[in-house]
Design a binder for this molecule. Sequence first.
Ligand code: CJB
Length: 837
Amino acid sequence: EIAKLPKETLALWEKYGADESDDKESFQKSFIRHVTTTLARSIYNIDNFSAYQATAHSVRDRLIKRWNETQQTHTEVDSKRVYYLSLEFLLGRSLDNALLNLGLKDNYGGGIKELGFTMEDVLEQEVDAALGNGGLGRLAACYMDSLATMDYPAWGYGLRYTYGIFQQRLKDGYQIEFPDYWLNFDNPWELPRLDVVVDVQFCGSVNRYTDEEGHERYAWEGGDTLQAIAYDVPIPGYGTKNCINIRLWSSKPKRQFDLTRFNEGQYEQAVYEQMQAENITAVLYPNDNHMVGKELRLKQQYFWVAASLFDIVRRFKKSEKPWSNFPLQVAIQLNDTHPTLAIVELQRILVDLEGIGWDEAWAIVTQTFAFTNHTILPEAMERWPVPMIQYLLPRHMQIIFDINLFFLQKVEKAIPNNRDLLAKLSIIEESTPQFVRMAHLAIVGSHRVNGVAALHSELIKQTIFKDFIQFYGESKFENKTNGITPRRWLHQANPKLSELITETLGSKNWLKNLDLLKGLKSHVNNKDFRKRWVAAKLSNKVRLADYIQKATGVTVNSNALFDVQVKRIHEYKRQFMNILGVIHRYNTLKKMTSEERACVVHRVVIFGGKAAPGYYIAKLVIKLINSVAEVVNNDNSIEDSLKVVFIPDYNVSVAEIIIPASDISQHISTAGTEASGTSNMKFVLNGGLILGTVDGANIEICEEIGDDNIFMFGNLAHQVDDLRHAHRYRSVPVDPSLQAVINDIESGQFGDSRIFAPLINTLTHGKDYYLISDDFQSYLDTQKLVDESYKDQEGWTTKSIMCSAHMGKFSSDRAIQEYADQIWEIKPVPVMTKKHI
Ligand code: CJB
């Protein structure tokens, strides 16, 4: 029940609800207030961590104000909103980002110094919010930043995992996993909404009945009910009052305790139910580009989808518009197939709960949803056993069968007598047991399907979704090339370069319009500008070298060429090829005379990335990298011409140190396997060059920056099938350089070779699925070109500047603009400054 407040009260709100100012003194006041009250500490008892907490709480106060004004504006205007459903939001740290987006960094920096701390130390205290695996989760975070910055009325919906992606440590060169209990200390970046609670049902049964008007209806009854509690994460836009919301759900039991059991002395049984319920949002599944069909994961998906749709529908119903207006008020984007059950849930709400006819309901559903595909790897395709869905969600399974029936009837009508096509398009895979193909369900239930880079969007039409084109034609399938936010990935991660760009262009407008970077081109021959460009890169390399020293104990020379590959460890991303290339380089260096070596460009090869805990081969790749590093880094005979490091626990905040420091980064997936890649964009934006295959967004980056400024190599996507086929007829790799490297490993040069046998085995006996052998020579040749180019430091600097200058297209603002105009049909809603109560 909302209290009706008398006029005098409203006046008090006006008077005391006034601004908390953003000047230095106001910050210092709020800092001291938070230390003494929120943290209950005294001036004699503050460490860097408390200073971080107090600063964060001061920023949080200001965020909440903007967040409130944004929500009030959106409620008042009530225009169409977009809801971005993502099982992963890889946000990283929030304090620096909030300070920059709110324009508080300078005042707070000055204020904190006078209080006896440094901003750098304070920022270092924050633990990453790591509720994601890799590219897909970070993309969601970049998109939220753009939606906020561009004043769109948008919400993110996800899960509040108690444990984020595991922490990676190394022992004897092997990855070991530690739980990421990120909520150990208080989390100032979330607002618990203990009043926003949604019941979520599982199991039970379906009863058919006839309603008063004689219609056949279905009721889902019985089973277990859990509760979803909302935690809201404010996302501030850059240079705007707009501050949008990511709502993360946390699970808890509906009943706190089974008192009967407790009184009977069965304490363990009594808490069992509680634990089961809390389990649902306990942990993020640590797999990237790989489906593992665990029942708990399916429960997570439904729990999240049911709570989110309840919330969305509740908000829609407040405005009392007719149901036919739903798609005019609501756009829902499915980030991969993980939230596909939302399609079924909305149909269930409309048909079973709201009593709308099937066809009318289905038209509303399909106009509301759009679906983004992020991969064509077969092992990543989600399919759930029919019996598992039947047990957990009996009514949903019926609805899926009906959706499929009506869909296949339409196909049959449009393309008669083609049973083969029906089987291929069916949402149900007719195996034993049957499976639900989530991608098919997502396509059928959405009005638009998109891939994430031009090549990928073409490939999905030619491969995994080929058969759908026959029925729908091409117009349902489109491309939305990914983007990254320049606020975090240049302004925040690379302050020196950001400052230089702002000074050179004469304003900060490029941060909201990245195309303005092309203004740098006219300065490319300006000596002073070039000098500062090079100095920024060098200081970033020094910063990274310090980090490497601390994290691995290895000393690296900041004047060497920094060669970086950081991303999830996966066979298709071919870190294996990189380390095989390193072995080739090492043994070539060893054969040289000192004089010859003096002419060689010194390199530091930097790896980072997590392997899924159950991915044996990926974990062996990490072990091989570390074994090679051990030998190379301790071999004085090569005189520092090569160093190899594996930086442990790669995450968003580590990426912010690594990316601005790279000279060259590797994006070397087998052609056709990396849907887009997004770190490639981050590296180039920061003036790093790319060594890459003709894959994903590399192709579009090449188009923008020109092929003089990128090192591309390897076979093309359309050649892959034939090459794989040809492998079947050979037992050893065809490439002699590769065979030599394999021999080196097998000779024990990097320790007990038996350890690496399963890894080597992936290349031999007709396998080599990812075509390392086919691309190896071209890879080595292109690496030589990199060395030669780097010797020409002036030429390299020109390339570096030209790279950044042409990266406008890859702002996530451009991507979001395309989604907003072409899929969601939403308009910006600037936050109104007048007071709303
Ligand atoms: N992607 O991160 C994931 N996880 C998956 O399970 C499937 C795909 C990645 O999504 C990124 C964002 O679209 C892409 O850039 C990347 O190529 C893809 O692997």
